[in-house]
Design a protein around this ligand. Sequence first.
Ligand code: 1GP
Length: 245
Amino acid sequence: MIQNTNYSSILKSKEQGKKQFAVLIDPDKFKSTKIIKLAESVGTDFILVGGSLISSGNFEKCIKNIKAITSIPVIIFPGNNLQVSKSADSILLLSLISGRNPDFLIGQHVISAPFLKSSGLEIIPTGYMLIESEKQTAASYMSNTIPIPNDKYDIAMSTAMAGEMLGLKLIYMDAGSGAKKSVPSEMINKVSSSIKIPLVIGGGINSAAKATAACKAGADIIVVGNALEKDSSLIRNISHAIHKF
Ligand code: 1GP
C-alpha cells in the first residue's frame, strides 16, 4: 500500500516539476501565530520547526501551537536530539554529511532512535550539507563542523552523491540561517544534476528573485526563515515565485 506521507508528496511534486515552499520557524523567536496564518493564506507546503540552539524551552509548545491552527504539515528540522516531539508530523533525520563530526553523522541519531521508533513520526532520512557563507554560522559552530567551500562544486556533488548512495532520501544544502551569501546557483545546478533524490535549499533566501534563482538552478524545496522574521510580508511574493515556477 502506498502511504500518503509528506515524503511521497515531495516525490510527487518533484515528478511533476512543481517546486515547494517551506517556512522555517525558530521556536525561540515564535511569538505570534500571525506568520502561520500568513503561511496558510499563501499556500505554504510545509512548516519546519527547529534551530541550532533553542534556549527558550519552547519547542513542544511551539509545535502544539502551530498544529492547533493549521493543517500545513509540520516537519521537525532538529538542531540536536532534544528537538523531538510526537506532536509534529515528520522529522528530517539529518546526517550532517558535509562534516566529519561523528556525533552529527550518527551519534545523536543513536540517542534518539528508540524515541523516534515509537513516536509515530514519519522519518525522512536527510543528508544535510552546510555550505560556506561569508561568516561562520550558528549551525557550523554548534555542530563543530567546517562547511563545504562555496566554490568547491565537485566536493558538494560528491558529498550529495555519497549521501544518495547511502540511501538518504533528501539532500538539504544550507548556507545557514540569515546567511549573507546563499548557496550559489551553480552549486545547486551541479548537485541537482548529480542526484535523483529531491534537493532542499535554505539559508539567506530573502527575496522572490533569490527563490526563483534557486528553483531555476534545480532546487525542489526552498526554505525561508530569517527573512520572514524580519519582514513577514515578503512571504506572499516568495511563495508566489516558487509556486509559479
Ligand atoms: C536555516 O535553511 C534555513 O537553517 C533557513 O535559512 O533562516 O536564512 O532563511 P534562513
